[in-house]
Write a protein that binds this ligand. Structure first.
Ligand code: WQD
Length: 335
């Protein structure tokens, strides 16, 4: 059985769905600090399966150990964690405690219960301010905020573990910018309050819930001056985890992959495409650059293609259609 921490959250729920659709047995743990219980009902609707689930905080070792006692866990995919970059600079202690303590506890339990297989949600943020794009996995690592540092610290911990205990199987997945939702419109991203990330923001402007998109800078060295990123459909990302699980189920060692499309789009590209796909006008206003942002960041995803046989199949149009379907289906339900 695969333990999916944070399995009610955005990427966790889509990955749990992919795993279940691939006939894996899954147990989700989540404390609902940034997710909703209705996600579990919707996963049941989508899979026609009873979802195994335990409400707990992964920093609660005793509660988590009960899951290992009750179920035979063979691997863990660890999504549970805090993820707001700005907030991490305001409450670093909470970020380090939550993101690192939880990981240490899970690793300890995996070892104790003889299931040394672990997939970690890392982020392209560990590349800091890369000099060029596309970015491959050998690029230098650096970080500029506590959120990013918590990701890099866990990566370092995992590299130390594999050096000392080579019988672990570990996958480090560095996500670029996940957007979109499952095509059913039943699960998707539901940020609390005003979104930090650009696509949820655009979607709320499209739905009339926010008046205007702030565009952070139009003087970058990019084709239209606005920031360029590698937006990846969350279901493509989910399928990357299924491919990674296949690898760690048969091989020991640690391997690291970028999960991105290899294609960059600017903020204004998103706005234009969103208007075209949905027919909604997106008002925007050019604002000063956001601190810590870089001009361009997109992946070289070749390593994942070569070694995992994984590549993305959903284009920007599909990402926007699915974002919009979820936005409309969730109108009035919870925000
Ligand atoms: C994308 C582009 C902004 C909001 C962040 C984290 C990263 C990751 C994903 C998390 C940039 C511009 C944004 C807005 C805008 N991790 N923008 N107006 O910054 O690439 O990555 O989220 O778990 O670690 O750093 O994503 O969506 O915030 O920004 O113009 O209201 O959109 O300047 O160019 P980012 P983003």
């Amino acid at each position: 059985m695969i333990l999916v921490t944070g399995g009610a959250g955005y990427i966790g729920s889509h990955t749990a769905l992919s795993l279940l659709q691939n006939d894996e047995d899954v147990i989700i743990v989540d404390d609902f600090s940034n997710s909703d219980k209705r996600v579990l009902e919707n996963l049941e609707k989508l899979t026609h399966k009873k979802i195994q689930f335990s409400e707990l905080d992964c920093c609660d070792e005793q509660a988590l150990e009960q899951v290992f006692i009750k179920h035979t866990i063979s691997a863990c995919i660890h999504f549970a964690g805090y993820k707001a970059v700005g907030e991490s600079s305001k409450i670093p202690l909470e970020y380090y405690n939550n993101n690192i303590t939880s990981t240490l506890i899970i690793l300890k339990l995996l070892k104790k219960y003889n299931a040394k297989r672990f997939i970690f949600s890392s982020s392209a943020t560990v590349y800091g301010s890369p000099e060029t794009s596309p970015i491959n996995e050998t690029f230098p690592l650096s970080v500029t905020n506590p959120y990013g540092r918590s990701k890099l610290m866990v990566e370092d911990i995992l590299r130390d573990i594999i050096a000392a205990e080579p019988d672990w199987s570990i996958g480090l997945l560095r996500y670029f910018n996940p957007i979109g939702a499952h095509e059913s419109g039943l699960i998707g991203e539901r940020p609390n309050g005003i979104p930090n990330n650009v696509m949820p923001y655009i979607s709320m402007v499209g739905a009339g819930k926010l008046p205007c998109l702030p565009v952070f800078g139009n003087d970058y060295d990019t084709h239209d001056g606005t920031g360029v990123r590698d937006y990846i459909h969350v279901m493509d990302l989910a399928e990357g985890h299924v491919a990674m699980l296949a690898k760690i189920s048969k091989e020991v060692g640690l391997s690291t992959y970028n999960l991105g499309t290899g294609q960059g789009y600017s903020v204004l590209d998103l706005v234009t495409q969103f208007e075209k796909v949905t027919g909604q006008k997106i008002n925007y206003e050019i604002m000063p650059r956001r601190q810590g942002d870089i001009a361009t960041c997109y992946a070289d995803p070749q390593k994942a293609l070569k070694e995992l046989g994984w590549k993305t199949t959903r284009n920007l149009q599909t990402m926007i259609e699915d974002t919009w379907r979820f936005e409309q289906d969730s109108q009035g339900k919870s925000r």
